[in-house]
Write a new protein. Sequence first.
Length: 157
Amino acid sequence: MTIYFYGADDVPYGCFSNFSAHSVELDGHLWPTSEHYFQAQKFIGTRHADLIRRARTPLRAAELGRDPSRPLRRDWERVKDDVMRRAVASKFRAHADIRGILLSTGDEEIVEDTLTDHYWGRGRTGTGRNMLGRILMRTRNRLREQELPGFRVTPVG
Ligand SMILES: Nc1nc(O)c(N)c(N[C@@H]2O[C@H](COP(=O)(O)O)[C@@H](O)[C@H]2O)n1
């Protein structure tokens, strides 16, 4: 059965969202969420990237990262999938509880259930590329190959 996720606070699959409160350590910095890392990479080496890293919430990081007045790095379209792969892999390698949740999905399809994002998610018509879901499934395969242990946290209530 296909697994849909979107809200970061949803149990149990909200942890698949980049907005979930799981830090990542990459490129010599600790990032509060994978969304902070992803958005900052659009402006790598600039003060705006530092501002995004220090944003109080992932939503604020996303707002700063989508500021149309700020020019994106020139190669962004070429590198953005790799940036997302690094962010997601780092997150699930670092946190055994959510690694367990990801591994517990077996071979099920994982889909970001957003009406507004036709690239990272399924989009309004359901025909979106679902790149984030695909990256999560790829990360799941890699973790399985590496036999990293995961443990499942049973939600309370
Ligand atoms: N919570 C949330 N709200 C939205 O409006 C979204 N589009 C998403 N999707 C996530 O946004 C990130 C991509 O951002 P860009 O549009 O490329 O700046 C990525 O983390 C998607 O999963 N989430």
